[in-house]
Design a protein around this ligand. Structure first.
Ligand SMILES: [Zn+2]
Length: 376
């Protein structure tokens, strides 16, 4: 009888291990993949004096540098950092293997009409116009330079409009977040980089097809337009575009982390009795842990059911023994650890906060930490 809670946990773990591509919850942004399109033998679109592969690499390295310089807590991963050829499937693989929270693919557009200009940002989905289909066809055609593309992409023909209908079956688990980021990108490109805003669009891009995270493909501008090519190829133009994308990233990160924080607060449904002690706040020890189980019985911490969860603690709270994993000094770190605990099958795990081993509300703990930062 007393094992009910544990058996439930183990059963959930087994079930979840069969989920091949379960949706991760991206409540914080710790890893971003920057994907400069094309490279090596694939120049991408070619203008009068420049190539897409060189322009997007230069912009990508700048975006990555701005992120690294301003967010020490974010890891930047590039699909390429030099002029090399990388297959489309490999780009998605790099993103998935690194468990990234956001994927940003960078490209330049080209059109038969020399007057076409401006920036647009795509999310994965089915094209709603022929124009959008043409952009996807052009970018997907990069696979024709891959050695084994017929096998790898199961006969997908990038030149065929019919082939692109396969994307009607695509279920975009990250549509909302991807659209949110796209809109920020377009806002910044319009307002900061003064680009003509062609909007946020959907189309079936192979590079976005398999990624398990929010992701976008940015067509920074038209290399086929003489004026815009001039801008895209210039150091100043690249700095403006990279800063616009960086600012969108920064805003997106803030939005996601705020939303994650609010969700976390909403989940804590146990009323926390306010402490009567008078202001131990400026020296009490604050800890954030992930609560994953509760039981009326006092279970041993070395129970095999707990093994995968690392450092386990328990505390008695409102007549129940409550079990926590992890021991973090920031809410951010605890939210990250919660993702791990959830992955281990404890889907209802949530973050709890303590001061000197006494349970307190999360917002209280955050407030105390903020006060301390002001004092120091
Ligand atoms: Zn491209």
């Amino acid at each position: 009888m007393k094992r009910t809670v544990l058996f439930f946990g183990i059963a959930m773990f087994l079930l979840s291990s069969f989920e091949v591509s379960g949706q991760r919850h991206h409540h914080s942004i710790k890893k971003v993949v920057i994907d400069p399109g094309h490279g090596g033998k694939d120049p991408g679109a070619v203008g009068r004096k420049s190539k897409e592969k060189d322009i997007v690499l230069a912009i990508a390295l700048k975006v990555g540098r701005y992120i690294e310089e301003n967010h020490k807590d974010v890891q930047v991963i590039y699909t390429r950092k030099s002029d090399v050829f990388v297959e489309l499937f490999r780009r998605a693989q790099i993103a998935n293997e690194s468990n990234a929270d956001l994927f940003i693919s960078l490209h330049c557009n080209a059109s038969k009409s020399a007057s076409a200009y401006g920036s647009e940002t795509f999310v994965m989905g089915l094209h709603k116009s022929n124009e959008n289909l043409e952009v996807a066809k052009k970018e997907n055609a990069a696979i024709l330079l891959e050695d084994n593309y017929k096998v790898v992409y199961e006969g997908f023909d990038p030149n065929s409009p019919e082939a692109h209908v396969v994307f009607t079956l695509y279920q975009n688990a990250y549509l909302e977040q991807s659209l949110g980021f796209s809109m920020l990108v377009q806002d910044q490109l319009r307002n900061r980089a003064k680009r003509h805003d062609r909007g946020v669009k959907q189309a079936g891009f192979l590079v976005l097809y398999k990624i398990a995270m929010p992701g976008v493909l940015i067509e920074t501008g038209f290399i086929s337009n003489a004026n815009e090519e001039e801008y895209l190829a210039s150091e100043q133009g690249q700095v403006f575009i990279a800063s616009a994308i960086y600012r969108a990233f920064k805003e997106y990160k803030q939005n996601v982390e705020k939303a994650g924080y609010v969700q976390e607060l909403a989940k804590v449904n146990e009323p926390v009795v306010e402490q009567k002690t008078e202001e131990p706040e400026l020296n009490g020890n604050i800890a954030f842990r992930v609560q994953f189980a509760a039981s009326k019985e006092n279970l041993p911490l070395n129970d095999p059911g707990f093994k995968s969860l690392g450092k386990i603690k328990k505390y008695l709270h409102q007549g129940m023994y409550k079990y926590t994993s992890g021991d973090e000094t920031s809410l951010e770190a605890a939210l990250k650890h919660k993702e791990y605990v959830v992955k281990k099958g404890f889907k209802d795990a949530f973050v709890v906060a303590f001061i000197n081993e006494e349970r307190i509300a999360i917002d209280k703990a955050v407030e105390i930490l903020q006060k301390r930062m002001l004092v120091n």
